[in-house]
Design a protein around this ligand. Structure first.
Ligand code: NAD
Length: 259
């Protein structure tokens, strides 16, 4: 299927590794000119080189923290009028809500709710004026199936989904869609870091924790980030203009509900 994206531009946030990287690779493979960003220069440049070599498209990089106003300004200066916006940032730390202070909540809201909203605010009117736009927010399966120790993530990301649900119905008439991708367990650095923490807490080896997690998923495995990137590319395609305000769960069937 030709996704009809050749020559489009995309700003893909938090994209030196993991799910953001996979989205950037999938979009670049469809001929999209991509701007990547991350806080660390080394991994970002390596990813940019890999994507450019694999796809032949132009890749721009911005070293920045997207959760800060300066970081967003730098990203938007490099890619001021993207056709496609993929929002993403690191997830908040686990913990017990009794230990979280107001500052912890503000940090989580800044990273996982207000940063995507600021980026949408900065780009959506231009998309509407040009008659094409695709916004994809990388959130978490925890939006549908909350994880108790990830209360900061459950709360901040659900707030983003609520906001998107309203706006996405306003923009679609201009061929601008806004959707959320909800990852379950995908094989990324983040998943391995959380497995290492669980192993330490339980006295098991990291491999034992990973094996148990794989077996507990109906698919019997973790998701491949490339599968996530492909879903993102389809949502961004010319064929997906009638899909908006949706929360797509990519979790190997782990969520047990019918809907
Ligand atoms: P990852 O650790 O593999 O990659 C994260 C990327 O984000 C890196 O490129 C990192 O440099 C960049 N980054 C992090 N914070 C940033 C910031 N403030 N500014 C700029 N760049 C930043 O993580 P991942 O697995 O790809 O996860 C992406 C998102 O999806 C996270 O919010 C994570 O919580 C969420 N998520 C992941 C999974 C999973 O199984 N991998 C499951 C549920 C939710």
């Amino acid at each position: 299927m030709d996704l009809g994206l050749t020559g489009k531009t995309a700003l893909v946030c938090a994209s030196s590794k993991g799910l953001g990287r996979a989205c950037a690779m999938a979009l670049a493979s469809e001929g999209v000119t991509v701007t990547l960003l991350a806080r660390g220069a080394e991994a970002l440049l390596a990813t940019a080189e890999a994507i450019a070599a694999a796809t032949g498209v132009q890749v721009t990089t911005v070293v920045c923290d997207i959760t800060t106003a300066q970081g967003r300004a730098a990203a938007l200066a490099a890619c001021p009028a993207p056709d496609i916006l993929v929002t993403n940032a690191g997830g908040p730390p686990p913990g017990d809500f009794r230990d979280w202070q107001r500052e912890d909540w503000i940090a989580a809201l800044d990273a996982n709710m207000l940063t995507p909203i600021e980026l949408i605010k900065a780009t959506v009117d231009g998309m509407q004026a040009r008659g094409f736009g695709r916004i994809v927010n990388i959130t978490s399966a925890a939006v549908k199936a909350p994880i108790d120790v990830l209360g900061l993530s459950n709360g901040a990301r659900s707030g983003l989904c609520g906001f998107v649900a309203g706006l996405a119905r306003k923009t679609v008439a201009h061929n601008v869609t806004i959707n959320n991708l909800l990852p379950g367990p995908f094989d990324t650095d983040r998943l391995r870091t959380t497995a290492a923490a669980a192993a330490k807490a339980s006295g098991k080896s990291v491999d034992e924790v990973l094996d148990a997690r794989r077996r507990s998923n109906p698919a019997g495995r973790f998701g491949d980030p490339a599968e996530f990137g492909a879903a993102c590319a389809f949502l961004c395609s010319q064929h997906a203009g009638f899909i908006t305000g949706q929360n797509w769960l990519l979790d190997g069937g782990s969520f047990p509900g019918t809907f």
